[in-house]
Write a protein that binds this ligand. Structure first.
Ligand SMILES: [Zn+2]
Length: 281
């Protein structure tokens, strides 16, 4: 669920990228919080719109093939949402045996399986450094696991969390007392911003809005997309899932979205536009 916020956001937060508030405002015109094709963050859309994935540690998980089926379903959700309007293609390195080998894995998405409910992915593409961690072995419905995996693929394609958009944060709030690691941070946790929470290792870092200065590497249209697959359901990081961790400002729970929204799809199509050269009809 969480993604590598420190690794991916450090370049965005770097003081060497001087951006005025004026410029930030002008750039908030696109439809989703994502990397940009000209990202200065170092993470860009996948070259040629081609994402090839492989499994990094199949030997540690003899049941790794359950992931292959799950990945096909998650990608299918995306492809249905994207339609013909994109050049994006996602495929395993080898259908039967998608193991990463040292010769070809450099520019692939390397998927590290685990059984610890650790789900996260790097945002966009960086040469030689593209990972996803995913636990496909949870005892929960396939539909829910596939939605979680589709969320991670959203990060891989270049999308950030919908709920961490500083321009729409007023529509959300955190039930701090119900965070799993609240005991450890109850002294000053409520005062922490995203960056401070991230440095402290506080789970709220996955819920809190990004610092506005980070926006030059992202885009937002200033409206929260409640149907986004990149929006956390309230159960994430919640001690008591029925009470929720991230909730609507009026206290209502947010349910898990089970497929990419229209806005998710539109943004991914913008990052990977259909190539005119290839269409001959
Ligand atoms: Zn996430």
């Amino acid at each position: 669920m969480k993604f590598q916020s420190i690794i991916t956001l450090v370049p965005l937060l770097s003081p060497t990228i001087a951006v005025s508030v004026q410029e930030v405002t002008q750039q908030i015109s696109r439809r989703h919080l994502s990397i940009k094709s000209d990202a200065k963050s170092g993470r860009v859309p996948w070259p040629g719109g081609e994402v090839t994935w492989c499994i990094d540690n199949p030997r540690d998980y003899p049941d790794y093939k359950v992931f292959i089926d799950m990945a096909a379903s998650a990608i299918n959700l995306w492809m249905k949402a994207l339609g013909d309007d994109t050049s994006l293609e996602v495929s395993p390195s080898d259908n039967a045996k998608p193991e990463c080998d040292s010769d070809n894995a450099g520019d692939m998405l390397r998927i590290r399986l685990n059984n610890k409910d650790n789900n996260q992915a790097y945002v966009g593409f960086t040469k030689g450094n593209n990972y996803m961690d995913f636990d496909p072995f949870r005892a929960e419905s396939k539909i829910s696991l596939v939605a979680k995996l589709a969320h991670e693929f959203g990060h891989v394609f270049g999308l950030y969390h919908e709920h961490q958009d500083p321009t729409t944060w007023g529509e959300l709030k955190i039930n701090y007392e119900n965070l799993r690691d609240w005991k450890k941070f109850e002294k000053n946790g409520k005062k922490m911003d995203h960056k401070t929470a991230s440095e402290a290792g506080f789970s709220a870092a996955n819920l809190l809005p990004y610092d506005k200065i980070a926006l030059p590497g992202m885009d937002s249209d200033g409206r929260l997309d409640w149907k986004s697959i990149m929006l956390y359901p309230s159960e994430n990081y919640a001690k008591n899932p029925k009470k929720g961790a991230l909730v609507k400002a009026n206290g209502q729970l947010i349910q898990r979205n089970l497929k990419p929204s229209k806005k998710d799809a539109k943004r991914v199509c913008e990052l990977y536009p259909a190539s005119n050269d290839e269409s001959d009809d």
